[in-house]
Design a protein around this ligand. Structure first.
Ligand SMILES: [Mg+2]
Length: 317
């Protein structure tokens, strides 16, 4: 059972005595009360204040309770507004008319205090449930976003995973085709990583992967464009870069890793290096597929490995 909270209730009633009595009664139950003497004034108040609960008389000058209710229901405001209609009318068809206008409930006049209290409590419960539902929905969409991000991230290196790469490359390629832009792909591989693992153990190997990813993030403009391809391979998308711009990106990646001078006893240099293969797409490309660019970058990487590692090679296609 939810604790009764203080609500702000708008009381709309043209009859002064009745209005004062309602105000005093409802206030006595611990709610804040604002009053209006007809629908028109209430409407103005409603537009400017955060009001979720309205008790309105039916018969009023200027604008009656039915019209007020209809206006409020037609307004696209966030959150539900609970509306109780006060009425001297109690013929069945009158009540139907009130409910059809969008009222949630009605209380006959002169109002019975105990009954009014029960009706307000019922409305309060509905508003509370609605609030909970909104909160739960917000929580759910936050969780969904989180889940979405987890599903796209490599947990060890904290960069995009292969799934994220596919999503991103499709978008980037599509945009490049559409707006006649270019983009590049850098395929990177840690040199002698297997030896590193054999020498320092897998936990150190994992730490190394994390370190390399962090270094990459410090160099690449959008860290969203770095992805773990698998194992010790990282693929970087250089958006809006041509072949020479992408070469520069790759060279920066190679340099940053070399500059860290991470000890690697079982490599040729004695410290950690990487090799990179570069390929770029431009609008004159007849072969209009990102898979081809990726394949060229991969071949260039292979060539970089073959010709001695710790270097960047461009695709010769
Ligand atoms: Mg009246």
């Amino acid at each position: 059972m939810q604790k009764a909270e203080r609500m702000k209730i708008l009381v709309v009633e043209d009859d002064l005595i009745s209005r004062k009595l309602l105000e005093k009664t409802v206030k006595g139950w611990g709610h804040d009360v604002i009053t209006a003497e007809n629908g028109m004034i209430a409407w103005e108040l409603f537009k400017n204040e955060e009001i979720k609960f309205i008790i309105a008389d039916w018969m009023m000058p200027e604008m009656d309770g039915i019209e007020l209710c209809k206006k409020i229901r037609s307004l696209k405001k966030s959150g539900y507004i609970y509306f109780i209609l006060l009425t001297g009318k109690d013929k069945k068809e009158d009540i139907v008319q009130g409910l059809e206008a969008g009222a949630d409930d009605y209380v006959a006049k002169p109002f019975d205090v105990a009954e009014l209290k029960v009706r307000i409590r019922a409305g309060e419960r509905i508003l509370n449930l609605e609030r909970e539902l909104v909160d739960k929905n917000e929580e759910l969409s936050r969780l969904n976003e989180r889940l979405e991000s987890i599903a796209r991230t490599d947990p060890l290196m904290e960069i995009g995973n292969r799934r994220a790469f596919y999503e991103t490359i499709r978008k980037v390629h599509h945009r490049a085709c559409r707006y006649m832009q270019s983009y590049g792909i850098v395929m990177c591989d840690i040199d002698y990583f297997k030896y590193y693992n054999d020498t320092y153990g897998h936990i150190e190997g994992d730490n190394l992967l994390k370190r390399v990813a962090d270094a990459f993030k410090s160099v690449v403009r959008l860290s969203d464009d770095i992805f773990r391809w698998g194992g010790e391979e990282i693929v970087v998308i250089a958006q809006e870069q041509d072949a020479s711009g992408t070469m520069l990106v790759a060279e920066k990646l190679r340099e940053i890793i070399e500059s860290l001078k991470i000890e690697h006893k079982t490599s040729q240099k004695g410290y950690l290096t990487i090799s990179c293969g570069v390929a770029a797409y431009n609008e004159s490309d007849k072969d209009n597929r990102w898979e081809t660019i990726l394949d060229r970058a991969d071949k260039a990487l292979y060539a970089a490995k073959e010709s001695g590692r710790n270097r960047v090679m461009a695709s010769d296609d």
